[in-house]
Design a protein around this ligand. Structure first.
Ligand code: PHE
Length: 443
């Protein structure tokens, strides 16, 4: 029998555990910084609720109705349609994301280590920017942590879905949330905090461009772990009593809250300490040490924060690995350990290439992107939204409407007020909105 999440909080903890991770704390601030702040935030929130929630529900419905991995779900629910190709695209996206994600998770381990040995917080600002640059360019340290992180991920994966994840995330997510609130209060008390708050919340629509809109949609997909059958695979482990609509809204709300909180930690500090908001992927890693250096007992806060962030990353990478592992085990009849090993092996090769993008391969670009940036851009901004179109169209048009109704109302046990509007969003709103963003992006 397939395993299931045992408790109601287990389901929320697992989906929130998948959603909340580096996407919120590292990627959101850097994307918002690059794309001008306020206008990006609004578009991101609109995408989360207008596109993200319907696609999330579509994944939940398909996952629980089929009780199978992504490829299996399409095969059972949409047989003889070409849609199944999108599940393979999801597997590809998951491997690409895991590869570059592990590099950043490796940076987290380095920062955790630095905070523990307390080397970090006695130097000047220019100094830790330089330290960070030399660290990510250093092949042994940066590559070592990337590989190390993937090995830890592998060890957790071998234990199966419910035990590892449920326990870890149940305990640690609320703590991470609490720490972010404390840091946020601290950042807001800094001298030029209000400039940062304005940057984040005051939309300047003159900044609007196709890249901002595409970026905001990509961020919504990435942050909610959407479009690559990750949430579908997780939903295949939900129990029959799980309320899908409620789980989806809680996940979307908590996930956006964490991203906004991270923005409120980072941007006031960016303006107070004179960093560059549009710094890119390195932003958070340069700003956070400055934040901790100015806090009383900074090194202790840093240890706690990076440790929690490490676990938050791990619950996300476990969920993205589960996509290919469930596929290898169920469709290719591999043993779980072998499947986890294959997933880890592929990502080690690509992860190492991504890590080298900040060092020896920094001049190697494809269409102007380094390997790291290419993996990030192509997966989040192209593959996930395409997967989102396929998923919402499948749930909205192809699968039997009774299946949708049964899943959303738990066989009639809960009220069905939302079923029609949700179905409408799956059939029209989400796919059309994604397509419009793509077309606008091509202009
Ligand atoms: N949502 C995760 C985060 O924000 C990343 C992720 C993407 C996880 C895709 C699973 C699948 O960190």
């Amino acid at each position: 029998m397939r395993s299931q999440f045992v408790t109601k909080t287990g389901v929320i903890a697992a989906t929130v555990g998948s959603a909340v991770g580096l996407g919120n704390i590292w990627r959101f601030p850097y994307e918002a910084g690059v794309h001008g702040g306020g206008a990006f935030l609004i578009l991101y929130i609109v995408c989360v609720f207008l596109i993200g929630v319907p696609v999330l529900l579509a994944e939940f419905v398909m996952g629980r109705a089929s009780r199978a991995n992504g490829v299996g779900a399409y095969r059972r629910l949409a047989p003889r349609t070409p849609m199944r190709a999108c599940a393979y695209m999801g597997i590809l996206a998951s491997l690409m994301i895991l590869s570059f994600y592990s590099v950043v998770a490796g940076w987290i381990i380095e920062y955790l280590w630095q905070s523990i040995v307390d080397l970090f917080y006695h130097v000047t600002q220019a100094e830790y920017e330089r330290q960070f640059d030399s660290f990510i360019a250093n092949p042994w340290r940066s590559l070592g942590w990337t590989v190390g992180f993937l090995l830890i991920n592998f060890l957790v994966l071998r234990r199966g879905v419910e035990k590892g994840i449920e326990r870890i995330s149940n305990l640690l997510m609320p703590l991470l949330f609490l720490l972010l609130i404390i840091f946020c209060v601290n950042s807001l008390m800094q001298p030029k905090a209000m400039e940062g708050v304005k940057f984040l919340f005051k939309p300047d629509f003159s900044q609007l461009s196709p890249s901002v809109v595409i970026g905001a949609m990509g961020q919504a997909f990435f942050s909610l772990s959407l479009g690559l059958t990750c949430m579908m695979t997780y939903a295949s482990y939900f129990s029959d009593g799980t309320r899908l609509t409620r789980s989806a809204s809680i996940t979307a709300i908590l996930d956006s809250l964490v991203a906004i909180l991270a923005g409120l930690v980072i941007f006031p500090a960016v303006f107070s300490y004179g960093f560059e908001a549009a710094e890119g992927p390195k932003l958070v890693f340069e700003v956070l040490p400055a934040v901790f250096a100015k806090m009383p007992g900074g090194a202790y806060w840093a240890v706690a924060f990076f440790a929690l962030l490490f676990f938050a990353s791990l619950t996300s990478t476990i969920s993205m690995s589960e996509i290919s592992i469930a596929y290898f085990v169920e469709e290719r009849k591999m043993k779980r350990t072998a499947a986890s090993g294959l997933n880890t092996g592929i990502c080690m090769v690509f992860g190492v290439l991504c890590a080298m993008s900040f060092g020896v391969l920094s001049d190697f670009t494809i269409c102007g992107f380094t390997i790291f940036n290419l993996f990030d851009y192509v997966s989040s901004n192209i593959l996930l939204p395409l997967g989102g179109i396929a998923i919402s169209l499948t749930a909205g048009w192809i699968i039997d409407r009774n299946i949708l109704w049964d899943q959303l109302t738990n066989d009639g046990h809960i009220r069905s007020t939302w079923v029609r509007p949700i179905r409408f969003c799956m059939r029209f709103v989400a796919p059309i909105a994604i397509t419009i963003v793509f077309i606008y992006g091509l202009l």
